[in-house]
Write a protein that binds this ligand. Structure first.
Ligand SMILES: [Zn+2]
Ligand SMILES: [Zn+2]
Length: 436
């Protein structure tokens, strides 16, 4: 079995791994690395012609957004994805298309990707033509998110992004699978990465929001359209219903609203509690009366009052969140609450790191002084250091682990704590190939 890392090794972004065994092939993820400039997987020219089967684990761009690029370079690939992944990909890829500076693909290419998708269910063994036999298992990361377990001369488990714990919407990832080789993410694999329980993170979030609302301020929570956004909405909804949060308007803005619609349509993929509430009661948490949508283009209706705002993009790299930020940045009464991972170099990371002057728009050439409060509540869709170790140790028959999708320092710390006499841990580099 031959494993090649085209992207996502020693970095968070452009996840892309190719596996070949007895001339059968499978590409695991096909993502990009957002940033300026955008970075793509480092696929060798001569390798394109061997790529026939691709599985995006989930709809986040770092796992699927290279698809409209690669579809122009290879003949009729088969793409395997769950239904929520397909639907969410349609939304996120269209957004990515609008935001790309160089026009490298068009709507036509997104359509080609969508038509190439063979809808795949969890826990169902698939035998692709010329491809390796595989099964998808729930990753607990976002709706429809999958781990891939494939069978060649060796059994290999690819985690994609995983959350081992239960969240507001999903049960945690599947555990205790059997595999000889594991390729695992390590976004929060650092020694000091300890994520609080959902309960304690929720409490922290509610306390932080309450402090600002009591002082008459506004709370801005930048969020990813898919995953984190829905979880935060569920937390706020349940605390407002119980009275632990005052019933101020909660505005949701940007792509998160369109993603919510897809979540509702695919609710059979959510955990039972959410399924029941949407399908069998009038208490649809996505349609709670607490939620409002802004009515004005300049968002003045939102900004004129004390409120909670949930808006994309999650790392403050674009989207309506910047309109809000511009307005609250200079007000010490207002607060920005960061809830997710912030890639190095993004505005979100700069604010998180406590920078006092920031540029919001490169073309504007203006620095803004940060006077608002900035807090972070770790609401992650990933697993922390201890969760990852427990997950890997729970895999039956495991002999080898490759760590990817993480900052090099964190992966090193994770590898150090994971290694055992009978378990080899490798931190590959991009373009590395391993024969096992
Ligand atoms: Zn993800
Ligand atoms: Zn990812």
């Amino acid at each position: 079995m031959e494993i090649t890392f085209y992207g996502g090794a020693r970095e968070v972004g452009r996840s892309c791994v190719n596996v070949v065994s007895r001339r059968r092939q499978l590409m695991l993820d096909c993502g990009i690395k957002l940033g300026d400039p955008i970075e793509y997987p480092l696929i060798l020219k001569e390798d394109f012609k061997h790529i026939k089967n691709i599985i995006p684990t989930h709809a986040h761009l770092d796992h699927c957004a290279y698809l409209p690029h690669i579809i122009q370079k290879i003949k009729k690939p088969a793409i395997y994805a769950t239904k929520p992944t397909r639907d969410l990909m349609q939304l996120l890829l269209s957004d990515y298309q609008r935001l790309q500076k160089e026009k490298r693909f068009t709507t036509k290419h997104i359509e080609q990707v969508l038509t190439a998708i063979k809808q795949t269910e969890f826990k169902t063994q698939i035998k692709p033509k010329n491809g390796l036999t595989f099964t998808l298992h729930e990753s607990g990361h976002v709706l429809g998110g999958a781990m891939i377990r494939l069978e060649g001369s060796k059994k290999l488990l690819f985690t994609g992004d995983i959350n081992t714990r239960e969240s507001k919407i999903l049960s945690g990832c599947e555990k205790g699978l059997r595999a000889d080789v594991l390729i695992m993410e390590g976004t929060y694999g650092g020694k000091k990465d300890r994520l609080p329980s959902l309960k304690s993170a929720s409490k922290q979030l509610v306390d932080s929001i309450n402090e600002t609302l009591r002082a008459g301020g506004k709370v801005l929570i930048p969020t990813f359209a898919v995953g984190r956004g829905q979880n935060i909405m569920m937390v706020i909804e349940s605390y407002m219903r119980s009275g632990a949060l005052p019933k101020v308007p909660v505005f949701t803005d940007g792509m998160v609203n369109r993603a919510n619609r897809i979540y509702r349509h695919n609710v059979i993929y959510a955990k039972d509690e959410i399924k029941m509430r949407i399908l069998m009661s009038d208490e649809d948490p996505f349609k709670s009366p607490f939620y409002k949508v802004p009515r004005t283009k300049d968002r003045s209706d939102v900004l004129s009052q004390s409120c909670i705002i949930l808006s994309t993009s999650g790392m403050l790299t674009g989207g309506p969140v910047l309109t809000y930020l511009k307005n609250i940045l200079g007000n010490p009464k207002d607060k920005l609450i960061i809830v997710g991972y912030q890639v190095e170099g993004t505005l979100g990371r700069k604010l998180l790191d406590g920078e006092k002057y920031v540029v919001l728009d490169k073309d504007e050439n203006k620095e803004y002084k940060v006077e608002m409060k900035v807090e972070t509540v770790p609401f992650s869709g990933h697993s922390d250091h201890d969760d990852l170790i427990k997950f890997a140790r729970g895999i039956k028959g495991l002999k080898k682990v490759f760590l990817m999708h993480g900052e090099p320092r964190k992966l090193k710390e994770l590898a150090y704590d994971l290694e055992e006499p009978h378990l080899e841990v490798i931190i590959p580099k991009n373009k590395d190939t391993f024969r096992i």
